[in-house]
Design a protein around this ligand. Sequence first.
Ligand code: SAM
Length: 190
Amino acid sequence: MEDLDLTPEDLRKKILDVGSGSSDFARYAREHNLGSEIYGIDETNWETLDGKIKIDKKHFAIAKAEAIPFDDNSFDLVVAHASVPGAYAHTVDRRFKKPPWQQIGDKVIENLLEMLRVTKPGGEIRFSHERRAPGSPWDEDKESLDMSLKAVLEDLKSEDHVTVEEVFQKSFTRDNGISYNLYLIKIKKP
Ligand SMILES: C[S@@+](CC[C@H](N)C(=O)[O-])C[C@H]1O[C@@H](n2cnc3c(N)ncnc32)[C@H](O)[C@@H]1O
């Protein structure tokens, strides 16, 4: 919740968590009486993998972010934590020696447009996004994903008049010695 900069007021809104994993966010909010209108979708059926109990079926669907099974203009807030689109590079099939960045850019667009579709006018999308820190060794994955995302956000700003805010959160260094800056991307639908 901190990572997504969610306030107590936000938690009382109708929220969709895209790539929700085991629905830990919705379950925590509900158990602590913080919010009860938190829905989730994930392409993976974690229940069969980790045995964790899901929230009820009304609030959770096994579905891809590219085809969200909810109506247009349904949610005040659509969030994605450590999932698509900001972390899309992690989902790339590692068998590719050279990941197909054009396709990945297309996927980022598909994800964002779909998230915008289910966001109410006046609502907001929030997701986390890692960028290689300046001066740190090259990381082709991060660099390419960042370029795709920047291009997509520029397109959205000009064509759909959405507003985009990038909030720096923290820097950290992975075991591979590369440092990253973590940003929270906030997209407001007019
Ligand atoms: C690292 S987990 C994060 C889970 C949760 N959001 C959290 O922060 O704990 C990434 C999740 O995104 C899901 N995911 C990845 N790509 C997806 C897609 N295209 N559509 C739906 N879910 C996706 C994966 O199945 C996985 O559960």
